[in-house]
Design a protein around this ligand. Structure first.
Ligand SMILES: [Zn+2]
Length: 522
C-alpha cells in the first residue's frame, strides 16, 4: 500500500500542516509537551502519521537539535517496523466499550518496558461509549508521568467537553491542492511512473483534500490498467445525482447496481462515499438558502435545488449520518461494496417507515375530518341524492367526476389488482373511493384488517400502480366506515375458531365478512 510505503519517516516529510508541525517540534525540543492531545480533522489529513512521528521523536535515543528522530536507534527502528511495544494503537471504532478502556487503564499504570514514554494513540476516539469515555477521563485526570495520550477524531462534536478540556487540541485542515500534488509527484517519481501534472491535479481534486485518498487513487493508476479519468470518474457529479435519485424514488435494486457498477469500473468506493457526503452537504446548504457556499461549480444548482425540494432537512441529515458511518466501516468490510449497500438499504428501510408513519398520521387527520363533517351535516331528507365523497363540497366538479369515474371503473381496477395479487383484489372490491384531494385518494373500508392490508407497503404500491392508469399518480389513505347491511356470520361460513381464518377464506368470501373481521381484530 502506497499510503503505508510512503508514510513520512520524519517531520520534514510532512506536507501541509506547517503550524502544527512547528508547534509540536518546539514542544519536543523544549520538553514542554503535553500528556494528552486531541487531534481533530478530516480523514486522511495526517493525524495518526503525526502521532506516530511524535511517539518516535520523544522516544528517540539520539534526536536532532530541532527535535527530529534519528531513524537509526533501537526505538526508531522498532517504531518504523511496528514492533515497538510501548506504542499502543487502539481503534475506538472497533474497541469502543468500557472493557477496552479498562484494559488500557490497567496497562497505563505499568512503566514502559524499554523506553522513555508509553504512547497511546486512540483513533476515531468519538466512537467510544459514554462509560468508556468516563473511564478514559479518570486516566486523563491523573496520567502517570511516563504516559502520553494522543486522541484522534474526525468528529470533534462527539467528544465530551470534560475530555476535550484535559487535552491540548490541535486542528488539522484539509490539505491544499498544491501540497497534495507535491506529495503525489514525489511518489510517482519514486515509483518511476510517468504521469502528467494535469492528471495529478485531477487526482488531488478528486481526493477532496485528503492525502490518504489521493495516494490511494494514484496507486490505482500506477498498479492497474486504469487511466486517471477512469479512477477519478467516481467523483463524477452524475454518479452522486444518480444515487440520490434512487434513494428519493425508493429504488434499492438500482442503487445497489450503481454501487457494483462503480466497483467493477475500479472506482475507489471510500472516495466515492466521501464525495457523496459532500454532495449531500451541498443539498443541505441549498435547502437552507446558502447556495453561495456550494463547493463545486460542476454541480448543477438546478439539480441540487430539485433534491432540496424533495427532501426535508431531517432526511438530509439522516443521509449524511448514514453515509458517514459507511465511510468508517470500509476498513472492516468483508467486501468493499458492503458498507455502501448497507447504507442504502438502511436509508430505504427508514424511508419506508417514515412513509408509513406519515400515512398513518394522514389517515388519522382524514378520519377526524370525516367525523367532523359527518357530525356537522344533518341527515339529508329522504330521496335527495347525497354525494358519498365528502371532499366534493370543497373539491369542485373535477374531483367529484374523478371519483364517479373511479367508482364506475372499480370492478376493472379490482380485476387488474387480481392479476397481481388475488387476495388483495377481494379487499379492494370491498373498498370504496370516497374522496380525492389533489393526488390523495381516500378509500373507505369496513374493517381495520382491510385497512392494514391495503396500507402494507407492497400492497399499496400494487394498488397505486394500477390506479395510476386511471387517475394518474396518487397516494392512498384508508378510513374505516360503518357498514350495516348484508351481515354474514361466522356460523354462516361454517368457521368456528380463529385458526380457521385464512387468506383463502377472505378471498372466497368476497363480501360482507363483518364477523370474520371482528374475530381477526381481537
Ligand atoms: Zn532514534
Amino acid at each position: 500500500m502506497f499510503y503505508r510505503k510512503y508514510r513520512p519517516q520524519n517531520f520534514e516529510g510532512l506536507v501541509g500542516i506547517g503550524n502544527i508541525k512547528s508547534s509540536i517540534l518546539s514542544q519536543i525540543t523544549n520538553n514542554t509537551f503535553a500528556h494528552a492531545y486531541l487531534f481533530i480533522g478530516p480523514r486522511g489529513t495526517g493525524k495518526t502519521t503525526l502521532a506516530r512521528l511524535f511517539a518516535k521523536a520523544i522516544n528517540c535515543q539520539k534526536p536532532s537539535k530541532i527535535g527530529e528522530s534519528c531513524n537509526k536507534c533501537e526505538a526508531c527502528k522498532s517504531i518504523n517496523n511496528g514492533s515497538f511495544i510501548d506504542l499502543i494503537e487502539l481503534d475506538a471504532a472497533s474497541n469502543r466499550g468500557i472493557d477496552d478502556v479498562r484494559t488500557l487503564r490497567e496497562g497505563v499504570k505499568l512503566a514502559p518496558s524499554n523506553s522513555k514514554y508509553k504512547v497511546y494513540i486512540i483513533d476515531e476516539v468519538h466512537m467510544l461509549t459514554t462509560e468508556a469515555f468516563n473511564a478514559l477521563l479518570k486516566t486523563l485526570e491523573e496520567p502517570p508521568a511516563h504516559s502520553i495520550f494522543i486522541l484522534a477524531t474526525t468528529d470533534a462534536h462527539k467528544i465530551p467537553e470534560t475530555v476535550k478540556s484535559r487535552c491540548q487540541v490541535l486542528e488539522f485542515s484539509r490539505a491544499k491542492m498544491d501540497d497534495i500534488v507535491t506529495v503525489l509527484d514525489s511518489i510517482a517519481k519514486q515509483e518511476k511512473f510517468k504521469i502528467e501534472k494535469e492528471d495529478l491535479v485531477k487526482i488531488a481534486k478528486a481526493s477532496k483534500g485528503g492525502f490518504r485518498d489521493a495516494v490511494t487513487l494514484l496507486e490505482q493508476v500506477v498498479t492497474s490498467d486504469l487511466n486517471v479519468d477512469d479512477v477519478v470518474g467516481s467523483t463524477d457529479t452524475q454518479n452522486y445525482e444518480q444515487m440520490i435519485s434512487n434513494l428519493i424514488e425508493g429504488k434499492p435494486d438500482e442503487a445497489i447496481t450503481l454501487i457494483n457498477d462503480l466497483y467493477e469500473k475500479g472506482v475507489d468506493l471510500p472516495v466515492y462515499t466521501e464525495g457523496l457526503v459532500f454532495y449531500i452537504r451541498d443539498i443541505l446548504l441549498v435547502s437552507v438558502g446558502q447556495e453561495s457556499l456550494v463547493s463545486d461549480e460542476e454541480k448543477t444548482l438546478e439539480k441540487l435545488k430539485y433534491f432540496a425540494s424533495k427532501l426535508n432537512q431531517t432526511h438530509i441529515i439522516k443521509l449524511i449520518d448514514v453515509f458517514t458511518k459507511a465511510q468508517l466501516d470500509f476498513r472492516y468490510a468483508v467486501t468493499p461494496q458492503l458498507p455502501l449497500e448497507i447504507a442504502v438499504l438502511t436509508l430505504l428501510k427508514s424511508k419506508e417507515q417514515v412513509e408509513i408513519e406519515e400515512s398513518k398520521k394522514k389517515d388519522r387527520a382524514q378520519l377526524d375530518k370525516e367525523k367532523l363533517v359527518k357530525s356537522e351535516k344533518p341527515n339529508p331528507p329522504a330521496g335527495l341524492p347525497m354525494p358519498t365523497h365528502t371532499g366534493a363540497q370543497a373539491g369542485g366538479v373535477a374531483q367529484s367526476e374523478k371519483i364517479s369515474s373511479l367508482i364506475s371503473n372499480w370492478v376493472t381496477i379490482a380485476e387488474k389488482v387480481a392479476g397481481i395479487n388475488s387476495s388483495l383484489s377481494s379487499i379492494i372490491k370491498n373498498a370504496k373511493p370516497v374522496n380525492i384531494d389533489k393526488n390523495n385518494l381516500t378509500l373507505e373500508v369496513y374493517y381495520s384488517f382491510h385497512k392494514e392490508r391495503i396500507e402494507a407497503v407492497r400492497n399499496r404500491q400494487v394498488i397505486e400502480n394500477v390506479l395510476a392508469e386511471f387517475i394518474g399518480e396518487c397516494v392512498i389513505n384508508c378510513i374505516i366506515g360503518e357498514k350495516t347491511a348484508n351481515k354474514v356470520t361466522t356460523k354462516d361460513l361454517g368457521l368456528k375458531n380463529k385458526g380457521d381464518l385464512t387468506d383463502a377464506n377472505v378471498k372466497n368470501v368476497e363480501i360482507d365478512i363483518d364477523d370474520l373481521a371482528k374475530l381477526l381484530e381481537d
